[in-house]
Every structure is written in C-alpha cells, then in structure tokens.
Design a protein around this ligand. Structure first.
Ligand code: PLP
Length: 478
C-alpha cells in the first residue's frame, strides 16, 4: 500500500512515511493510491469481529509495513476497556427503533478524538523506535484535538507536543483539561485568533521543509492519514451493530468541522461498507453545508468565523475537504492544485456547473446546518424523549440527521463529545449542569500552564527553537 499526495508532486510513501510526515512536502494530503476494497466474504467474516479484530483487519491493509506482532500489540494495548470505559470501545445506544447513537466519547478526554489519538501515540512510538528518532508534534486545536493529543502523547518517549489553541474560544472545561497538564514535554500556546489561524500556522511551519526537518516536526491534526484510518474502524463497528445482514444499508450523521470524521466515513464507503448517506452536519459556520448544497466552496476569514455553542466545529476552512475533492475530481492532482491555488490565495471555487459536481450523488453526501436555538431544542427533545444528555455538537448531528431520516434505513448519529465539556450550554438547555464522570470533579480550579501569543508564524517558530533539545537529551540518557 502506497500513499499519494492530493497535489501530485510529492513522491508516494509508505504508511510509516505519511505517519511521520503529516502534510506532504507539496502541501497536499496523503491518501491511499487506491482504497482497499473489502469483499463480500470479508464483510461477512468481519461481522463477528470485536473492535480490536476489526482495527487489525483494517490496519493490516492500511499499514502493511508494520510487520511482525507490532501492529496487533499496538492495537491491543490501545483499545481496552480500561482506556475507553467499555469493552465494545464504541458501543451503540439505540434511542428508538432505527435511530442510534454511536458512542465515541468515553476515552480519557471525553471526545471522539481520543479514539484515533490513542492509536496514533502507539504508532508514533513504534515508528520512532524503529528509526531511533524523536518528534516534535505541532498541532492546532479548536478544543478537543489538543487535549486528546496531549493525554495520548504524555509520557511517550521521544515525543514533545506544541499545541496551538484559539485564546478565549474554548469552554472552561476544555481549557482546564489541556492547560492543567504540567509536563515539560507538553507546551500549550494560546493564539490570539481563531482556530483557522492556529491551523494556518501549523500548515506554514510544516510547509517550511528545512525547519520541519531540523526540528523534526510532525502533526497530529486530522490531516494525518493515520487518524483518519483509525476512524474508519468505528464506521464498520457501527454498521455491524445496527444491521443484521450485509444486504442492509445505513445512513450516518456526522457533526463536522474540519471534515476529518466524515472523511473517514467516506473512506469506509469507498471501501465497500454499505453506507447509503453520509450526512454532514455543521453549525452556523456552514462552509461545508454550502458546498454540498450549491457546489461553492468559500472558506471564511477569521473575522467571519462565528463563535458558537458548538465551538469544536467553529471552522471555516476544512482541511480534510481536499481529500474528498481529490476523489470527486477523479483523483486528478492538477485539478486539486488549481482549486487550492484559489483557496490558499484567500479565494473560493465553484463547481456548480461542472461534471464533477453532477457526480456528487455517487458519493452519498447530504448536509445541513443548525444554530444555537436548534441545538438547545435538540438537547431538550433528546432528553425528554430518551432520557439521554447529549452535547451541543452531537445535537447538531442529530438535529440535521433527523431532517434527512427515511423510514426503514437505520440512522446512526455520531456522539462526538460528552455534555460535561460544554456545561454552560447544557445549563441553558436543561436548566442544570450535566452529569460529570468520575475523576473530572473540580478540574477548572487546577493551576493552568499556557503561553499567550499573537497569531504569528515566526513567534511560534522561535518558541519551538527555544524549547527543543531536552527531548533529545532525555532520549539519549534513556
Ligand atoms: C473535532 C470535533 C468535531 C468536528 O470533527 P471534524 O473531524 O473536525 O469534522 C465535532 N464535534 C466535536 C465534539 C469535536 O471535538
């Protein structure tokens, strides 16, 4: 299995290659040269698999370069009831006949990003051990990636994390989770700007090949193919959980921001998993909804990015979207390069009149957006009808999903975080704070460790320069 860049000029690499590179050297994103196809016989066999066996079956295809018992060991150590609170890892709760919630948020930081990030940490350790190297992870977070990455990488030999977050734009609980970590290998940087500014800095620093090589910069953002690959697993798990036979189809509704989660669903569907519709649910920051309705992709500037009550989706430039467009335009890197030439220059593109956009239905995407009032109404309705507290992002997914629901086709809504992370909105919706899982009491009162800085590439580079070195030393003395 080789991985190619969506922009076509970077050489093809192995799984280990794209694991450590993150962004391809031509600024494209890696994708398998061809998606591995799951046969009917395999799908029949996999129906009986537990989470770990499914992950192994998929990663045997995605990462054939991880040889020997390593892959199984990494997976078995990652997907445990101890880390994810449940032996199913991603259990399904049935709200009513044909309406299901895929629970992805019972990992250490209570959001779906733990599922991929915990595996990524194990994969990084394997890759670094193989090469005897160290890695400085540079990431951007709208709230949940950062804590998932920090909790996964904490204590991993040879790994240091620089995490950029938008100052003042995350919930108090999210800030407490990240900033209360006190470890020299975890560096929290609050950027005066929006998530997209943080992401742009990560892209710019990663795009400086000399700097990237000198400081061994790696990424954990959802542009990293390994994260997407890890997310493919739970689409299979969900399909088997809510159907009885492989002749059935399902619809899946996904709260979306950076298009990482739903892109994994797209990969699963391309591999042959019988998903009928992938429903892209956005909040008021609706660039993705706009594209799927009109063919126009028009990322917004920071000033136009709204601060909403589903803040992890306050994203106006969905970096993984390039992966889908690569498939949509028939995997023609020249076309992707031309389209992203406009995007990277601050512009937009319009595929409405193109033959490519006419083929959109082949990919099964539907979309919709919600606002604050929709979110509150969905949280209340789900609590009243099913006695279940859902977080504001999950509410966006359920609200939009229900609008596209058809009788006879199971609808799976992805639960992307637990309500405790967004207490303020939950109080507004239900009149009281949400239940708080054990171990998270009073974390907002802990001392916080964070440096605030302007949205400036050179500023971030200087911090990396001054803070690197001791990881290497630790490794040498270990
Ligand atoms: C990250 C996140 C999302 C958006 O996922 P993408 O992969 O960026 O589309 C939605 N909900 C929550 C709670 C998140 O943390």
């Amino acid at each position: 299995m080789r991985y190619v860049s969506t922009r076509g000029t970077a050489p093809a690499v192995s799984f280990a290659g794209c694991l450590l590179e993150g962004l391809a050297p031509d600024n494209g994103l890696y994708l398998p040269e061809a998606y591995p196809v799951v046969t009917a016989a395999e799908l029949a066999q996999w129906r009986g698999f537990d989470y770990r066996a499914l992950a192994l079956a998929l990663f045997t295809r995605f990462a054939p370069d991880i040889t020997g018992p390593s892959l199984r060991q990494i997976i078995d150590r990652t997907y445990t009831a101890q880390i994810f609170g449940h032996d199913e890892i991603t259990p399904v709760a049935t709200l009513e006949s044909g309406l299901h919630l895929l629970q992805l948020s019972n990992g250490p930081t209570l959001a779906f990003k733990d599922i991929a990030m915990q595996l990524l940490a194990g994969l990084f350790e394997w890759a670094l051990d193989e090469k005897g190297e160290t890695l400085n992870i540079l990431g951007a977070t709208s709230g949940d990636t950062g804590s998932a990455a920090e909790y996964a990488m904490l204590g991993k030999r040879g790994i240091r994390v620089f995490m950029l977050s938008p100052a003042g734009r995350m919930s108090a609980f999210q800030r407490a989770q990240m900033y209360s970590l006190n470890d020299p290998a975890i560096i929290n940087l609050a950027v005066e700007g929006a998530f997209d500014d943080c992401q742009a800095i990560v892209k710019a620093v990663s795009g400086d090949a000399a700097f990237k090589q000198r400081f061994r910069i790696g990424t954990v953002n959802s542009i990293n193919w390994a994260r997407l690959a890890a997310q493919v697993v739970y689409y299979f798990k969900a399909y088997f959980a809510v159907t009885k036979s492989n002749s059935e189809v399902i619809d899946v509704s996904v709260p979306s921001g950076n298009f990482g989660n739903v892109c994994a669903g797209h990969v699963a569907r391309q591999m042959g998993l019988p998903i009928r519709h992938l429903i892209v649910a956005t909040n008021e920051n609706d660039v993705l909804d706009e594209f799927f309705r009109t063919g126009v992709y028009r990322p917004r500037a920071t000033a136009e990015t709204k601060i909403t009550s589903s803040p992890s989706m306050d994203i106006s430039k969905a970096s993984n979207f390039e992966r889908f467009v690569f498939d949509l335009v028939g995997r023609d890197p020249e076309k992707v390069k031309a389209l992203w030439g406009r995007i990277d220059g601050g512009g937009a593109f319009d595929l409405a009149e193109s033959g490519e956009f006419a083929r959109l239905p082949d990919f099964g995407f539907l979309s919709g957006s919600s606002n604050h009032q929709d979110r509150l109404a969905t949280i209340r309705a789900v609590y009243e009808r099913y006695g279940r507290e859902i977080d504001p992002h999950t509410a966006d997914g359920i609200g939009v999903g229900l609008k596209h629901r058809n009788v006879g086709v199971p609808l799976v809504c992805l639960e992307t975080a637990l309500p405790v992370k967004f207490e303020e909105t939950m109080i507004e919706a239900l009149g009281r704070p949400p239940g708080r899982p054990k171990g998270f009491e009073g974390i907002e009162a802990l001392e916080q460790h964070v440096t605030t800085l302007p949205a400036d590439i050179d500023w971030v580079k200087r911090i990396i320069e001054t803070r690197t070195g001791s990881v290497t030393q630790a490794r040498q003395s270990a």
